[in-house]
Design a protein. Structure first.
Length: 141
């Protein structure tokens, strides 16, 4: 099973839309096809974003709590790794690379061009769509 760190932006998209590759990624996780790795910092960022007033039209605060709780209890929860900087052009994204490395993740999943555009990252960065395509290839005989 692939171990992945998922950018909070992908999780926001999955929760708000329910359609598309981000939502399919969450469904695949819930079906046991991938292991999603989270940390307190990642969950805090996700919680902060989903609590923004602009999202109330799509998501109640109770639904936000339930989603964060689902991740907290069913994803692989790791401690936050020590801060490392310089992995990405955006210092706010560096913790995702540090978490993926500390967790020995197979992939970092993001739609963020700063992460997707990294040259030869460790671990590799894939978009939600490319991860779904990869999972489909693995499932085929």
């Amino acid at each position: 099973m692939l171990r992945v760190v998922v950018d909070p932006g992908v999780l926001v998209s999955a929760r708000l839309s329910g359609r598309g590759a981000p939502a399919e990624l969450v469904r695949r996780w819930l079906a046991g096809q991938i292991d999603v790795i989270v940390s307190p910092l990642l969950l805090d960022e996700l919680d902060d974003v989903l609590r923004r007033p602009k999202f109330r039209r799509w998501l109640t605060l109770e639904e936000t709590d339930a989603f964060i709780g689902l991740l907290r209890t069913h994803a692989t929860l790791m401690g936050d790794p020590p801060p490392e900087f310089g992995h990405t052009p955006d210092p706010d994204d560096d913790y995702l690379v540090s978490l993926a490395r500390a967790a020995d993740a197979d992939l970092l999943v993001s739609g963020d061009s700063d992460l997707v555009g990294l040259v030869d990252p460790r671990p590799p960065v894939r978009t939600p769509r490319t991860l779904i395509d990869l999972l489909d290839q693995i499932e085929r005989p």
